[in-house]
Design a protein around this ligand. Sequence first.
Ligand SMILES: C[S@@+](CC[C@H](N)C(=O)[O-])C[C@H]1O[C@@H](n2cnc3c(N)ncnc32)[C@H](O)[C@@H]1O
Length: 302
Amino acid sequence: MDPLDRYEPLVDDFAAFRAVCERPLGHVARVNTIKTDVERAKRALDEEGVEFESPDWHPGLVKLDGTTTGRTWGAFHGWLHGQEEVSALPATVCDPKPGDRVFAACAAPGGKATQLAALADDRGLVVANDRNLGRLSALRFNAERLGVTSMAVTNRDAGNYSLAPFDFEAFDRALVDVPCSCEGTIRKNPDALDEWSLQRIESIAGTQKSILQRAVQATKSGGTVVYSTCTFAPEENEAVLDAVLDGEDCRLVEFECGLETRPGVTEWEGEHFDSSVERAKRVYPHLNDTGGFFCAKLEVTG
Ligand SMILES: C[S@@+](CC[C@H](N)C(=O)[O-])C[C@H]1O[C@@H](n2cnc3c(N)ncnc32)[C@H](O)[C@@H]1O
């Protein structure tokens, strides 16, 4: 059985969902506003003869027609960064302001962490952490290419992250883009489900809970924590939120995003979750012709 078949009860128009999962994704880039602005970057694409369009919900993204991001003049100069459309969502929801201290708990290779820095106008501090040292070199390369100066890179397990090296006691915001079973990346990576197993999902859910828990603890009262995955499994999404809502001082808040989405599910295979998980958003690939994604916004209350 195809692992995605288990989501038939959750997905309206399952045939459309299945059909779009068979179609490869197009190439999308984010304009890096640390080095340029959206209009200049689009003019440069026009001058290069590259056709593109921008999704209504995010004018700073360009969907390229007939080329890849890496072949554009803008990518070479750090004006553009290849980033899947839906993966631009969580940093947008996190919405950092200049001067904020932001924790990117699982940051490599850096698409979202560099986006956080750009949203904060490269003023403040983005602590970009990842447990995998090998992936940190890609993060550092991307941060340098994009001209980010407000980033500190750390190599720790985010599940027991210590603030001891810093001269502050809590972050203003955190982006928790956890490792996951990656079911929603099937359009980009047809092998994404080769290693799929329920045991793997259950094991990774433990890691996800500890990372989200620690990020909530490390964020100041009133601060924002965004949780995201690129998977459909409720075990890795709503069940993780439910566990953290239960144990930590935080609540889920509503947010607008401009994409067509479905609410988080409150019940899955006999398990019931806190009703507020409906405030999270599920992005199914057929709704906006993107990859699959899950995103939730929490406010720290304690
Ligand atoms: C979905 S990827 C992050 C993608 C990244 N946010 C981006 O936008 O480029 C998940 C990352 O979590 C890292 N990771 C896995 N377990 C971790 C842990 N316990 N603490 C910190 N990072 C972890 C992996 O090495 C991987 O780079």
